[in-house]
Write a protein that binds this ligand. Structure first.
Ligand SMILES: *Cc1c(COP(=O)(O)O)cnc(C)c1O
Length: 482
């Protein structure tokens, strides 16, 4: 039987209704919208039964790969599970039905949540204040760099260079360029960390800041961070931290204590909001005392027991986002942090580190590891051995993993590792899952040695087989029938 799903708008006394099924007072539509904007004829919606709709979406989700299906080993991305309680809190009517232009008196709960989240993030990283506006890590970088620029302008310095380490994520130089800076690359040393001699030689009077990722993209902590901080500050420059790898530091070490002046957090990585597929992200920015006057407006202030949006910051860089940021992501991060508490957050990082080192220990014998054997939350293998022995490249290994039911890891990044396979298991995977993943990679190492043709033709079991990469990027077809 086909059910009629369309809303009968011709009926008198029709009501506004909420898509999320929340409980709102039902108001006649005419009282919400001017009648000239109301439809007079029903919208043409597909008429299908509930089971058809459900089956359609379950079928699509089966074709897809997602966090609820299996592990994502993507290094640098921290694709961990998204607790269902996060969706529950997001869906509370007081959050999901907010209008951004609602008066403050009716949005106190939302403002309190944002105020408290900023406070918790501030405390976690040891910064002086946090803005929640930026919509992604890269957007946080741009915000942070604009703050750095404004700081230098305020003291009359005209520095035009930003130093970026060569293992950095591509967004670092991109954000620096967007803010109008000349980018100078700093080399890594044989140990995989920042080369202090190279850094020293590049720190001149034109350098506005150094951008550093800590731990860096091969999972190594910058052991000399205090010395780096002193070198940078003695030069009159500022220190930026790309905080995408914060899930290695929670409750253990704080960027503010290391001397960073500005940093971004990726809530959709460290703090368990959905990630990828172009969905909303959130990249709050933390600053030290000297950058406080330049924060984006509005800032959330607490007066007595009341929360308020304040625009009273004359030197502000201005607004970085329409309204207040991606609010639903903020609710998720708040829920996650409150659910775990300080001890739980520390366990997050401890488990992320244990998981990465355990997985690495299982793979070490069959894959090359160009940098030290003890890492924090992620590691970077090289497929050089396989490429030399049988012509099987990292790309082929990644494609073959799909046949074993796993998403591919990050490959060919960072650029400093040839044939890079960059893996981050995250804290939320069990030992059993890590064992099965390691078995798959070990089996692929065997196949690469004994049956390279199989690996070179992978994937063979997925709905879409091996693509011609060049053609796919020029004649993208996202509607192929399956
Ligand atoms: C993900 C990531 C970024 C960019 O963050 P987005 O939220 O994707 O914009 C920057 N640096 C590193 C190291 C990252 O892993």
């Amino acid at each position: 039987m086909r059910e009629k799903l369309i809303f009968d708008i011709s009926r008198k006394g029709r009501k506004g209704y909420s898509l999320s099924g929340n409980k709102f007072p039902e108001l006649p539509l005419e009282s919400i919208l001017p009648s000239k904007f109301l439809r007079t004829t029903p919208a043409e919606l597909p008429e299908v039964s509930e089971s058809e709709v459900v089956r359609h979406f379950v079928r699509l989700s089966n074709l897809n790969y997602h966090v609820d299906k299996n592990m994502y080993p993507l290094g640098s991305c921290t694709m961990k599970y998204n607790p269902k309680i996060n969706d529950y809190t997001c869906d509370l009517p007081g959050f999901s039905a907010l209008h951004p232009l609602q008066p403050g008196a009716t949005t106190q709960g939302a403002l309190q949540l944002m105020y408290e989240l900023a406070e918790m993030l501030r405390e976690i990283a040891g910064m002086a204040a946090v803005t929640l506006q930026p919509a992604a890590g890269a957007h946080g970088e741009l915000t942070g760099i604009l703050l750095i620029k404004k700081y230098h302008e305020s003291i009359g310095s005209k520095r035009h260079k930003l130093l970026v380490v060569d293992s950095a994520h591509g967004t670092n130089p991109a954000s620096a360029a967007l803010a109008g800076y000349e980018i100078v690359s700093v080399k890594g040393n044989a140990d995989g960390r920042t080369d202090l001699d190279d850094l020293r030689s590049k720190l001149d009077g034109d350098v506005a800041a150094l951008m550093l990722t800590n731990p860096n993209t091969i999972g190594l902590f910058e052991k000399e961070i205090q010395l780096i901080s002193k070198m940078v500050h003695d030069n009159g420059s500022l220190l930026y931290m790309d905080g995408a790898n914060m899930n290695a530091l929670l409750g253990i070490a704080r960027p503010g204590d290391m001397g960073f002046d500005v940093m971004h957090y990726n809530l959709h990585k460290t703090f368990a909001a959905p990630h990828g597929g172009g969905g909303p992200g959130s990249g709050p920015v933390g600053v030290s005392e000297k950058l406080l006057p330049f924060l984006p407006v509005p800032v959330i202030v607490k007066e007595g027991t009341t929360y308020k949006l304040s625009y009273d910051l004359p030197e502000s860089i201005g607004r970085m986002m329409n309204f207040y940021g991606n609010f639903s992501v903020l609710v998720r991060a708040y829920t996650y942090i409150r659910m775990l508490g300080p001890d739980g957050l520390r366990r997050v990082s401890e488990n992320a580190i244990i998981n990465a080192n355990y997985l690495l220990s299982l793979l070490l014998e069959r894959y090359d590891l160009p940098y030290p054997k003890t890492v924090l939350h992620e590691f970077c293998l090289s497929g050089d051995r396989q490429k030399k022995a049988s012509g099987v490249k990292t790309l082929d290994i990644a494609k073959r993993l799909l046949d074993y039911g796993f998403h591919a890891p990050t490959i060919y990044f960072p650029l400093i590792v040839s044939e890079a396979l960059m893996i981050e298991p995250t804290e939320t995977e069990s030992k059993e899952t890590l064992d099965v993943f390691a078995q798959a990679l070990l089996a692929i190492a065997d196949e690469a040695a004994n049956n390279p043709a199989l690996v070179l033709s992978a994937p063979v079991t997925t709905p879409v087989k091996r693509l011609d990469d060049a053609m796919a990027s020029r004649q993208l077809n996202i509607c192929c029938s399956l």
